[in-house]
Design a protein around this ligand. Structure first.
Ligand code: ADP
Ligand code: MG
Length: 329
C-alpha cells in the first residue's frame, strides 16, 4: 500500500503540491484529476522519487526517503510513450526483462502483447505504429516487470477523442486483468471515470476531495469541483429548494445542488415552469436554454418531435438521476 502523509513540493518558493495526505490500497486504480497546473505531475514525480518532497511517502509502512527511482519497484508511463525507436515492438516490451536476464522472455513478451491487444506485433518497428498502438506498447513495456505500482501521467491525452475513449476502457480492463495497482494523473474527467475506481481531485496543489469514484461523482465537495467534474450548474438556497420541490431528495435548509446538462426534461405536465430562451436541435435531442420561474437560467432537453421556440412557455421535470445534492457549506 502506498501512503502519503503531508507531502509538499516547492519550486523556488512556490508550492506546487501542498500538504497532500492520501492512501492507495493494493489492487486499486486511483485517478488524480485536476486542471492544468494543479500539481498532478509534480505529485506523481514525487511518488516516483524524481522530485524531492517534504512529508512522508511510504510503501507498506516503509519510508521511501532516499530510495532511488529504479529501486522503488514502480513503473512509469507518460503521454508520449517514449518508445525506443530503433528497437522492435517485442524488444521494447522485453527491454527490462532482458536487462534482468529473466528466463522465458519470448513467451512473456507474447503474453503482454496479447494482453494489450497487439498479438503478432512483435516484429513491427515503432515508426510503423499509430498513436494508440504506441501507447499500448508503452503500457505492455511498463507492465513487463510486474511493478508493485504503475504511475501513469496523462497516458491518453495525446490521442484523439474517439480513440482515447476506447483505450480508456481497454486500460481499465488491462489493469484489472493484470491486478496492477495504479495511479493515473489526468485533466480529463471522462478518462478518470473510465479508468479508475478511486478518485482524488486536486486544485492549486491541494487535494480537495478523495474517495470512491462513484461517490465523488455523486457528491462533489464544492461548486468548483462539481463544475470541474462536468456538472453544468450549481444552485443554492431558494433556487435549489425550488428545483427539488416535489422530489424525494434530501431537502435541508440550505441545500446545494449540482445539475448536469440534461437534468431538466421538457414534460408538458412537469412541475417546473419556464420560458425558452434558446433552442437548437442536435441529432438526438433538442437542447434548450430556459429561464425557470424562481430558479433562473438552466439547460434542458426536449425530444426531437417537440421543438419549442424562443419566448415559448414550457413545463419541465427534473431527472433526479442527473443531479447531485452537495454537502452543506
Ligand atoms: P499539472 O501536471 O497538474 O498540470 P504540474 O505539476 O506540472 O501541474 O505543475 C504544477 C505547478 O508547478 C505549475 O505552476 C508549474 O508551473 C510548476 N512547475 C512544475 N514543474 C516545475 C519545475 N520543474 N520548475 C518550476 N516550476 C514547476
Ligand atoms: Mg501534468
Amino acid at each position: 500500500m502506498l501512503s502519503l502523509s503531508h507531502v509538499s513540493v516547492s519550486y523556488d518558493g512556490h508550492e506546487a503540491v501542498r500538504d497532500v495526505t492520501l492512501d492507495l490500497a493494493d489492487g486499486h486504480v486511483l485517478a488524480v484529476l485536476g486542471p492544468s497546473g494543479s500539481g498532478k505531475s509534480t505529485l506523481l514525480r514525487a511518488i516516483a522519487g524524481l522530485e524531492p518532497a517534504r512529508g512522508t511517502i511510504t510503501w507498506d509502512g516503509r519510508s521511501l526517503a532516499g530510495v532511488p527511482t529504479h529501486k522503488r519497484g514502480f513503473a512509469l508511463m507518460f503521454q508520449d510513450g517514449q518508445l525506443f525507436e530503433h528497437l522492435s515492438v517485442g524488444r521494447n516490451v522485453g527491454y527490462s526483462l532482458r536487462l534482468r536476464r529473466a528466463p522465458g522472455r519470448a513467451a512473456r513478451v507474447a503474453e503482454l502483447l496479447d494482453l494489450v491487444g497487439l498479438a503478432g506485433y512483435a516484429d513491427r518497428m515503432p515508426a510503423t505504429l499509430s498513436g494508440g498502438e504506441r501507447q499500448r506498447v508503452a503500457l505492455a513495456r511498463a507492465l513487463a516487470v510486474e511493478p508493485r505500482l504503475l504511475l501513469l501521467d496523462e497516458p491518453l491525452s495525446a490521442l484523439d477523442a474517439g480513440l482515447r475513449e476506447r483505450l480508456a476502457g481497454d486500460l481499465r480492463r488491462i489493469l484489472q486483468a493484470a491486478g496492477t495497482t495504479a495511479l493515473l494523473v489526468t485533466h480529463d474527467q471522462e478518462e478518470a471515470f473510465a479508468v479508475a475506481d478511486r478518485l482524488a481531485v486536486m486544485r492549486d496543489g491541494r487535494l480537495v476531495q478523495e474517495g470512491d469514484a462513484a461517490q465523488v461523482w455523486a457528491a462533489p465537495v464544492d461548486a468548483d469541483t462539481a463544475l470541474f467534474l462536468g456538472y453544468a450548474h450549481v444552485l443554492e438556497g431558494a433556487a435549489a429548494r425550488r428545483l427539488l420541490d416535489g422530489t424525494t431528495l434530501d431537502q435541508r435548509d440550505e441545500p446545494r445542488v449540482a445539475v448536469r446538462r440534461s437534468a431538466l426534461v421538457l414534460d408538458d405536465a412537469g412541475p417546473i415552469r419556464a420560458t425558452v430562451a434558446w433552442a437548437r436541435a442536435t441529432p438526438d435531442v433538442v437542447r434548450l436554454v430556459v429561464v425557470a420561474d424562481g430558479i433562473g437560467e438552466l439547460d434542458a432537453v426536449a425530444p426531437l418531435d417537440r421543438h419549442p421556440g424562443p419566448g415559448e412557455p414550457v413545463r419541465l421535470r427534473l431527472d433526479a438521476t442527473r443531479l447531485a445534492v452537495m454537502p452543506g457549506q
